[in-house]
Design a protein around this ligand. Sequence first.
Ligand code: NAD
Length: 268
Amino acid sequence: MYNLLKGKKGIIFGALNQHSIAWKTAQRAHEEGAEFVLTNAPAAMRMGELDVLAKKTGSQIIAADATSIDDLENLVERSMEILGGKIDFVLHSIGMSVNVRKGKSYTDPNYDFTTKGWDVSAVSFHKLLNVLYKKEAMNAWGSIVALTYMAAQRSFPDYNDMADNKAYLESIARSFGYFFGRDHKVRVNTISQSPTPTTAGTGVKGFDGFITYSEKMSPLGNATALECADYTISMFSDLTKKVTLQNLFHDGGFSNMGVSDAVMERFE
Ligand SMILES: NC(=O)c1ccc[n+]([C@@H]2O[C@H](COP(=O)([O-])OP(=O)(O)OC[C@H]3O[C@@H](n4cnc5c(N)ncnc54)[C@H](O)[C@@H]3O)[C@@H](O)[C@H]2O)c1
């Protein structure tokens, strides 16, 4: 390993189990010398798996519902106490659509579910940035990353209202990122990841067919959760200090493809 995050302190949201992108990111951050606090929604804690990761990485866990300003304030204050200073990096790795969970179609959703979904998946990022900004909790040249998917730019019917949530999330990164850069010299970006077999990923209808299609369309193949963790580590490191307000595709080239030989073969 390269000591890319030696001496850096962070907060990592969204490690649910060993498949989670946030779980792999926490493991890689630990290997690169970072100290961090792990957080997830109180309901996710009940599974108990996060304790295993905390032990392995020497981290403490603070429960926080990312839609609650009170929880976020408590999380940020306590993290600074535990870590002994301001924060250098934050990963927002949170997504949930109630319409997807309940099998509602995109064309006829339950709008209360829609509201809950965008609060959890997008507005939570605004709330987090707001709390970090007001408390001046980030060190200069710190880095904040949220994870997203390309359905924010293109139509993927089964991604349902998560497509709208991701478009909203990416816009928040650009809009809030301006103020964070101007006032605190902190960068804010989204990483747009390939389909990945996690709890959230496999919850999308038709996931198995879609991940195979994506693999065949991408010249480098799909990016794995561990590869996403590696890319995220580079975004937290001092090697990417002037990258901000970006949506960064980490998808083996999928987002710029029209068609590949492997896909054409099936139609000839
Ligand atoms: N898996 C994929 O195919 C894929 C592709 C591109 C982007 N992403 C994004 O990556 C991120 C991480 O997802 P993942 O694939 O690792 O799945 P995951 O299911 O392991 O992680 C999702 C996390 O969101 C957390 N969460 C849900 N509601 C919350 C709340 N109110 N407060 C705090 N946390 C809450 C869950 O507890 C869970 O830990 C998500 O933003 C997801 O949309 C996933």
